[in-house]
Design a protein around this ligand. Sequence first.
Ligand code: ADP
Ligand code: MG
Length: 257
Amino acid sequence: MTPQRQARREQLAAAPTNIEVSHVHKWYGEFHVLRDVNLSVSKGERIVICGPSGSGKSTLIRCINRLEEHQKGSIIVDGTELTNDVKNIEVIRREVGMVFQSFNLFPHLTVLENCTLAPIWVKKLPKKEAEAIAMKYLERVRIPDQALKYPGQLSGGQQQRVAIARALCMSPKIMLFDEPTSALDPEMVKEVLDVMISLAEDGMTMLCVTHEMGFAKSVADRVIFMDRGEIIEQNVPDEFFNNPQSDRTKLFLSQIL
Ligand code: ADP
Ligand code: MG
């Protein structure tokens, strides 16, 4: 292990736990989609989740902000357990930002309005204040000049950067990314990854479902491999890529690398 990796490991070990997923099961009807998933994420930790299509990656991260409900086990996010209590769900939604593969911007609102909607309606911020915050994050993702355009007038990479800025406007403690670059043309992948890298450098707790293995190698503290609803293997990137243990992990890596 490199000295940097060792220092980072000690730093994370001393950090409080931000997400605790314990013995989580979920079914869609008869279909057992998450099978005894256990995952503990420290504050500031960067996790990459990979695995074949249909393995339950999206379902897992959607359970973490309650876009999906689990049926067994527990999920605790920043000290709040996810139950049917609407109050808890509201707390989590404020603290957890999510970025989807398909951007999910509101097409009839400008970039700026996309970014101020939740701060104004959920956080009850005055419009001027919400706009100032939005402009700060649009600068951060390097598109302040697009603020008055509509999503349809932007490239895919720009739209995804707006989606990231929009999530940041709620001052989340945790960011979830579900294949944020999969719908992008290749030349736009880097501009989105660069924004994610800068977020990571700022200490954001991040769970990223992605098959961008370069990103995983340079940014992740831990890579998690899921298959058929289970976490099969997890490790620091060097070990994960150079010394995979399970045959399923080896097969998956041979297909994507
Ligand atoms: P991944 O993100 O790893 O590709 P998903 O979490 O999206 O996997 O899906 C896992 C499995 O659950 C897939 O077999 C998918 O078809 C199924 N699934 C996902 N969402 C639903 C749903 N709303 N209803 C029924 N089955 C679903
Ligand atoms: Mg998915």
